[in-house]
Ligand binder design. Structure first.
Ligand SMILES: NC(=O)c1ccc[n+]([C@@H]2O[C@H](COP(=O)([O-])OP(=O)(O)OC[C@H]3O[C@@H](n4cnc5c(N)ncnc54)[C@H](OP(=O)(O)O)[C@@H]3O)[C@@H](O)[C@H]2O)c1
Length: 242
């Protein structure tokens, strides 16, 4: 029987690359998405060409009922969950003084509360089955901060605090909880930036290039399959943050 991974926000960008990477390595992959049905269908088809028993589940990670139903569906179908990757995330950038309350709370709800809700469901399953691994997507913004991203940076710093605290709670049961902190990766999220902002950011990266979703996928897979590494934040950022 194959191992099973759930990748939230697995229909596009980094999440899709993570799903494909795990499928290449023999996992049955469950991708979650919120609204873009077409992108999810395409990602799921590509993943199923590698692992036919894979599936997609629509659901909002910030909604407790959606999250519960998603984990119930996975347990009904596979009876196990080996890896959870909390990847779903959004940005609502804006300068602090002009930031709307909704743009703050939406980002916290999806990026941080969504990670909390999924970790809670996964922890129950992993404690029962006495195995499992969780990898959360943070960001260099959560480590260094970023002008125009007080909401996003707060959510991603929160993900690091959650990761380290949960790692401490689950370590004695040998369940690893880690995070990756990507720098500037080419996806829809960063393609939304203007050319001038994108070029200015790339100029600050010692590697002098944006990263690829596959670079992050490789790091997530490494952490998910490691033993004795827990509470760690692995930077995947071309040297941006050191
Ligand atoms: N790209 C970067 O440079 C970068 C850098 C650092 C960290 N990160 C982090 O890496 C993760 C992936 O980023 P990305 O660039 O690949 O993003 P992306 O291309 O914008 O894709 C976001 C994914 O999240 C899903 N999603 C959004 N809101 C959701 C919700 N409420 N419930 C469930 N799924 C939801 C989207 O589904 P739909 O298509 O259905 O909306 C999509 O699959 C995020 O956590 C991001 O913060 C990215």
């Amino acid at each position: 029987m194959n191992k099973v991974v759930l990748v939230t926000g697995g229909s596009r960008g980094i999440g899709k690359a993570i799903g494909l990477y795990f499928a290449h390595h023999g996992y049955d992959v469950v991708i979650n998405y919120q609204g873009n049905e077409q992108a999810a269908q395409t990602a799921c088809q590509q993943i199923r060409s590698l692992q036919p028993n894979s599936m997609m589940i629509k659901g909002d990670v910030s909604n407790a009922q959606d999250v519960k139903e998603m984990f119930d569906t996975i347990m009904d179908r596979y009876g196990r969950l080996d890896v959870l990757v909390n990847n779903a995330g959004i940005t609502r950038d804006g300068l602090f003084l002009r930031m709307k309350e909704k743009d703050f709370t939406d980002v916290i709800d999806i990026n941080l509360k969504g990670t909390f809700l999924c970790c809670q469901q996964a922890s129950r399953i992993m404690l029962r089955q006495k195995s499992g691994s969780i990898v959360n997507l943070s960001s260099v913004a959560g480590i260094s901060g970023n002008a125009g991203q007080t909401n996003y940076a707060s959510s991603k710093a929160g993900v690091i605090g959650l990761t380290k605290s949960l790692a401490r709670e689950l370590a004695s049961r040998h369940i690893c909880v880690n995070a990756v902190a990507p720098g500037f990766i080419t996806t829809d999220m960063t393609l939304a930036l203007s050319d001038s902002v994108r070029n200015a950011m790339i100029a600050q990266i010692p590697w002098k290039q944006a990263g690829k979703p596959q670079d992050v996928a490789q790091a997530v897979y490494f952490l998910a399959n490691s033993q004795y590494i827990t509470g760690h934040v692995l930077h995947v950022d071309g040297g941006m943050c050191m």
